[in-house]
Write a protein that binds this ligand. Structure first.
Ligand SMILES: C[S@@+](CC[C@H](N)C(=O)[O-])C[C@H]1O[C@@H](n2cnc3c(N)ncnc32)[C@H](O)[C@@H]1O
Length: 389
């Protein structure tokens, strides 16, 4: 296994690692690369040559949906070994980022507090945390997004920044910005004359996807909201360190304090699958309220089951079954036309597409293999949204 030499871009609040901490993080990343490249492909072979045959012998028919596949894959030793390894890599990833953050929690908080504002940070200590957010440590992140250990804490944000890089094995770029860059590339490709003046990113975490919007439309005012204060403090300090003006505020995307029609573009990136069904409906309605006529809503998500082979749909459920993602499974069953029209949008203005990864396009350009980018639906990010009439 050859590990990529590319490292995450440093900035003022990225936790510093000593030799052993970095070695541990790099081990977790290469362990995950090994699982994905060398163990994962064996799952399909196991299914085709063992589990499926077992199902057919017992039922006289092939598996017809993901539940049929689950009935023979879940007990299979190969699937169990794969799941154990991947779950272990997730737990090791969090431990590996916790150690350097715990060691420097006070310095990180004071460094974040010294950020020299070109943007802004508005916190609301009285904002209630939604239950879907606080009741479970989502994707096994110890303490979730919101836990605070000291005054002005940024620990959860610092852990998340580094963990996303390891989790994605660098595939989201040196700033973990691929989702934002990809949504922007898709919008620019499909709406070449669109030039938003006010942009809102909902569920921004540490701003990985937010910052690309400040470069894509430099004259726009960019806002970003999240319910978790440690994420926002860290996001603000990170943005300032990179010289990007973003106005962060602690708000629930289901109901914000922004005025009606005050944005031209409202986006989110992997927010929806971490909220309840009711919350998704509320967020969509809030997007409709916040958009000015002619504005655009776009949500980047993991793909729906629709059109998938039963085996792929079963594998898509892995995170719900094994990685503390309680809403992941249901988020792939959304009735998007109904959701969009119930939120007050026009059905004929809605879109949903598998958009290409901006990082993969850039990589192909660098290596001379670029063929235009597949904006016709063969990409990796699922984007759904609507134009506001
Ligand atoms: C997976 S992270 C989003 C990642 C981020 N958008 C990015 O592209 O890097 C989900 C974030 O949504 C936030 N969140 C969850 N429910 C929310 C809500 N109702 N309103 C605002 N933020 C929310 C969480 O605190 C967390 O930071």
């Amino acid at each position: 296994m050859v590990m990529s030499q590319i490292e995450q871009n440093a900035h003022d609040v990225l936790p510093k690692t000593n030799h052993d901490e970095l070695a541990r993080q790099q081990f977790v990343r290469s362990f995950k690369e090994h699982i994905v490249s060398n163990i994962h492909p064996g799952l399909r072979t196991t299914y085709e040559h063992r589990a499926k045959k077992r199902f057919e012998a017992a039922n006289g028919a092939s598996p017809s949906d993901k539940n049929d596949v689950a009935s023979v894959m879940k007990p299979d030793p190969y699937y169990r070994m794969f799941s154990s390894l991947l779950r272990t890599s997730q737990e090791m990833m969090w431990s590996s980022v916790q150690l350097p953050v715990a060691r420097s929690i006070n310095e990180l908080a004071s460094s974040a507090a010294q950020a020299d504002p070109i943007g802004s940070l508005r916190l609301d200590p009285d904002l209630p945390l939604p239950k879907y957010h606080s009741a479970v440590d989502i994707h096994c992140q110890p303490g979730g997004y919101h836990t605070e250990y000291i005054d002005g804490d940024v620990a959860q944000g610092a852990m998340y920044d580094r963990a996303v890089y390891i989790y994605a094995m660098g595939q989201m770029g040196r700033d973990n910005a691929d989702m934002g860059d990809s949504v922007i590339a898709w919008i620019k490709n499909n709406y070449p004359d669109f030039s938003p003046k006010r942009i809102l990113d909902m569920g921004c975490s540490v701003g990985h996807s937010t910052l690309p919007y400040t470069d894509a439309w430099p004259d726009a005012e960019v806002h970003a909201i999240d319910v978790a204060a440690p994420m926002l403090r860290y996001a603000h300090a990170r943005a300032e360190s990179k010289g990007k003006a973003v106005h962060f505020s602690q708000q629930n995307a289901e109901k914000t304090d922004f005025e009606d029609g005050s944005f031209d573009l409202v986006v989110s990136h992997i927010l929806m699958h971490e909220t309840s069904d009711k919350a998704v409906k509320n967020v969509m309605a809030e997007c409709n309220r916040l958009l000015a006529p002619g504005g655009l809503m776009a949500h980047a998500e993991t793909p729906p089951y629709e059109g998938m082979e039963p085996f792929d749909a079963f594998m898509l459920d892995w995170d719900s079954t094994n990685n503390n993602e309680p809403f992941w499974r249901r988020s792939h069953e959304l009735d998007l036309p109904k959701l969009t029209t119930d939120a007050g949008f026009d059905a004929d203005k809605m879109f949903s597409v598998m958009a290409p990864s901006a990082y993969q396009i850039a990589d192909a350009e660098r290596s001379g293999t670029f063929q235009g980018g597949d904006f016709g639906g063969g990409g990796v990010w699922f984007i759904y949204g609507c134009e506001k009439a």
